[in-house]
Design a protein around this ligand. Sequence first.
Ligand code: SF4
Length: 285
Amino acid sequence: MESADLITKAENTWCPGCGNFGIEHTLKDVVAGLIAGGTPAERIVLVTGIGCHGKMADYLGVNSFYAIHGRTLPVATGIKIANPELTVLVCAGDGDCYGEGLEHLLFAAKRNVDLTLIVHDNRVYGLTTGQYTPTSPLGFPGRSTPLGTPEYPLNPLELMIAAGATWVGRGYSRRLPQLHELIAAGIRHRGFSFLDVFQICATFYNQSKFYDEHVYDLEAGKFPTADLDAALHAAREFDYSRESRIPLGIFYETTFPTYGERLAGERAKETDPVGVMQRMIAERT
Ligand code: SF4
């Protein structure tokens, strides 16, 4: 299996220079590797949301599902619970996932659903021609905020670490070998793996120069860490100002029973519910 085998007949309509191309090619490489390694193609499912990223469902030749806006994660959760044998991948946008779908994002992390979420974080609504999203910077002069948005951006990595995600990383659509490693590691992780990818929107918010000058790799040996404080400290380093550096890599990784495992009743055999809760808290901290 080669990544070229996963090319579909759908016409690609992304803008020239769009960062989605890099994510698409990288994801195809990773999926081709999974299949070559023995995962049956029919056991790989991709769920996408609404936005430019959503066309991944058309361009990647595996089973796929277009969810409605912000609803990738409930759909993906249902798929994984219905058939735990499936490898479930989710592509969502920053507006899709951090705006319309924020509640679902928090609960997927909290539940530790065993799936891999890749957020195409271009920090703008590209499909609807340039409105601000939850990760646009203060003062962003989008179509809906010609005088500049008065809102500060949220930090999705900080949010995910706090919400209970058991694997949290950040990649960049112009650093593809590293992105390959990150996606593959996220898929290998058992539990909820969250990968925010700074994706260049060439048409409405091209930050290539800024990212190229500010990204760096998290220190090997220190990261990934299971230390919540250390992970949060690293996640806060990029404060969305034009001065701060931007760490890339895996910030946080830990193990914890997945939502499916707990649903399957592994814990239901316990006769002491208080003891179960105490042990789960101890495992989590
Ligand atoms: Fe890519 Fe932006 Fe064009 Fe959408 S609008 S296809 S995100 S460059």
